[in-house]
Design a protein around this ligand. Sequence first.
Ligand code: M6P
Ligand code: ZN
Length: 196
Amino acid sequence: MTTTDLPEGALVPFTVYIDFESGDLTPDPVVLRRGLADLAGYFLSDVETATPADGDMYSVHEIRVPATNNNLLSSTTVLQPGKVGDEYFMTKGHFHATRDRAEIYLTLSGQGLLVMALEDGTTETKEMRPGIVNYVPGHWAHRSVNTGDEPLVFYAVYIGDAGYDYATIAEQGFPVIVVEGERGPEIVANPRYRRA
Ligand code: M6P
Ligand code: ZN
């Protein structure tokens, strides 16, 4: 089939292999890496106090398609274990630029928590472990937190034109943070959270 046979907006079907342990894709054209320096200001403590302190925090491997609302974008995220102060390593977290766009997470390996928040400060936190599907409806900001000792690997699928609004979270934070307590992970109020 030549591309001239395709209806407008259609793509040629394709297949990607995901290694559930590593999160690697085959083929794997795009890898975004975020390190401690990229997360400066996101934790209560200085990222220079992180353990481990080698600088890597997470990578995103994207299955690239045009970012339009007739497509589903998807990616694996590999979030390393570690802490900054009492807070577990986590993703930046974002609202979708187009607020009503939904997203689905399927955890492939590791364990963690998915923290979600509405702009009015309402929060929901859900467990992430292999086999769990988390449905993130539109309007909910989302951040994943690795509460385990192994990398947290998950596959996310989202509407192509969702887009990213990082600025709101960067300025306000999430209403809750996830810290290591005496008996494991605890979800506590974020003393630095401020509503718009
Ligand atoms: C998931 C999806 C991606 C996102 C990634 C990392 O894979 O939600 O869209 O990029 O997590 O999260 P963030 O972009 O908030 O750093
Ligand atoms: Zn998203």
